[in-house]
Design a protein around this ligand. Structure first.
Ligand SMILES: Cc1cc2nc3c(=O)[nH]c(=O)nc-3n(C[C@H](O)[C@H](O)[C@H](O)COP(=O)(O)OP(=O)(O)OC[C@H]3O[C@@H](n4cnc5c(N)ncnc54)[C@H](O)[C@@H]3O)c2cc1C
Length: 390
């Protein structure tokens, strides 16, 4: 039996483990991380594997090393289901582990919205997906259609354009502008102008009706596009883990949590990161790495309080929310866009800032000297920006 089980070691899971360690919980209690992947992967830098700007070792770290450093145990397995009445996690291997407190941070997976043939396209969400894309390119693929003009679609299209050249990458977005979820007309326009100037064909306002054999895309108006690669970046849904009793979920399976990051409808179960739906006023917390880090921290603080007989005290107030345009993304060619509410900047600086954030977070995750302090400083910086500008 492990007293505290963390399901998933991404940004939220890592942040929860680190917080439990910092609070001394790992000295007194058994803390177990369960993850089917052998390593932490910095997902926001995956597109740079395509252009070899990054190597896998730079943007990943084995969980065995992370767990050892933080005084936890690591089990390479997947949570298959959770019985929150008996406080037991059933694993993919058939084993069962019991817990006193559970933190669910299993993230998300691609969503296909029931579109015919969409699963024949290549997703772009995990490390393995990028190796499949690379394999195809090394095998001679010379043109690509990227479906979805959100942040991931733009980043992937930009990197692909660098390799495949002008005229060989098409980006398809159902809405009338890129980055529709950001609701920031200027940022959308700046991204569109840059990509078009560099040679991406952008199709807006027409959705995909069907994908055939991972090579052909049929648009809603009947136009057919063909390429060696079709990449799917349209949406995500919660990683599916069935619970007894069923918790409150929103659309696409997100776990509804309260401000303490407790899963609504379950006892002793917390959740953080992409798998959650955090409501604030009439908005939601965005599915972003920094949000996952902050949420993981709050969940762990409250677990630490509860396990020592106190009431949960930490409250999560999202900084990255659906009603505020705040993001940083790249567009290939070492250029990017930074958006913080009304402030927008396009150029080399946002890309450099994105690389710097990766360096800071990865140095923390790799346990390098000053890594923890620098990553703390980054969080303080973001919170200060939120107070001063927000
Ligand atoms: C290409 C790309 C670019 C992105 N760019 C940005 C960006 O620029 N800025 C930004 O803020 N965010 C960005 N994001 C989003 C960001 O990466 C996510 O919001 C963040 O990873 C969420 O963290 P998480 O801990 O909730 O989930 P994840 O980081 O996805 O971690 C989930 C973990 O759970 C594990 N897991 C899954 N299923 C199970 C199971 N059944 N049992 C146990 N473990 C399980 C997985 O193996 C994984 O290790 C990007 C994402 C992608 C894919």
């Amino acid at each position: 039996m492990a007293e505290i089980v963390v399901i998933g070691g991404g940004f939220a899971g890592y942040s929860a483990l680190k917080t439990l360690h910092k609070l001394g919980v790992t000295d007194k209690h058994d803390v177990l991380l369960v993850d089917p992947s052998p390593k932490f992967v910095y997902l926001p830098s995956l597109p740079y594997l395509l252009t070899h700007k990054k190597r896998e070792e730079e943007i990943s770290e084995p969980f065995s090393r992370i767990a050892e450093r933080l005084g936890a145990q690591y089990l390479k397995d997947a949570a298959a289901s959770v019985d929150a009445e008996k406080r037991v996690v059933a694993l993919g291997s058939g084993e069962e582990i019991s817990y006193d407190k559970l933190i669910v941070t299993a993230g998300a997976k691609p969503e296909y919205y029931g579109i015919k043939g969409a699963e024949s396209a290549l997703p772009a969400w995990r490390l393995g997906h990028y190796y499949r894309i690379l394999e195809k390119i090394e095998g001679g693929a010379s043109s690509a259609i990227v479906v979805g003009g959100g942040l991931t679609g733009i980043e992937v299209a930009g990197e692909l354009l660098e390799i495949l050249g002008p005229g060989n990458v098409t980006l398809v977005e159902k809405m009338d502008l890129l980055l529709p979820a950001l609701r920031h007309e200027k940022a959308s326009r700046l991204a569109r102008e840059f990509l078009e100037e560099k040679g991406v064909r952008i199709i807006l306002g027409r959705g995909v009706a069907e994908v055939e054999n991972g090579r052909r895309v049929i648009l809603e108006d009947g136009e057919t596009l063909e390429a060696d690669l079709v990449i799917w970046t349209v949406g995500i849904r919660a990683m599916e883990i069935p619970f007894t009793p069923p918790p409150q979920r929103s659309r696409r399976g997100w776990l509804l949590v309260d401000e303490y990051m407790r899963v609504k409808g379950l006892r002793d179960v917390y959740a953080a990161g992409d798998i959650t739906s955090v409501k604030v006023d009439d908005a939601y917390a965005c599915k972003m790495a920094e949000e996952a880090i902050l949420q993981g921290r709050v969940a762990a603080r409250n677990v630490a309080a509860e396990i020592s007989g106190e009431k949960p005290v930490a409250i999560h107030r999202p900084i990255f929310r659906s009603d505020r345009a705040r993001t940083l993304f790249s567009m290939g060619f070492n250029r990017g866009v930074m958006v913080w509410d009304k402030i927008v900047h396009r150029g080399r600086l946002p890309f450099t800032a994105k690389m710097l954030i990766e360096k800071v977070v990865m140095s923390d995750i790799k346990g390098k000297p000053l890594g923890g302090a620098l990553s703390e400083l980054e969080i303080v910086f973001i919170k200060t920006l939120d107070k001063v500008l927000g």
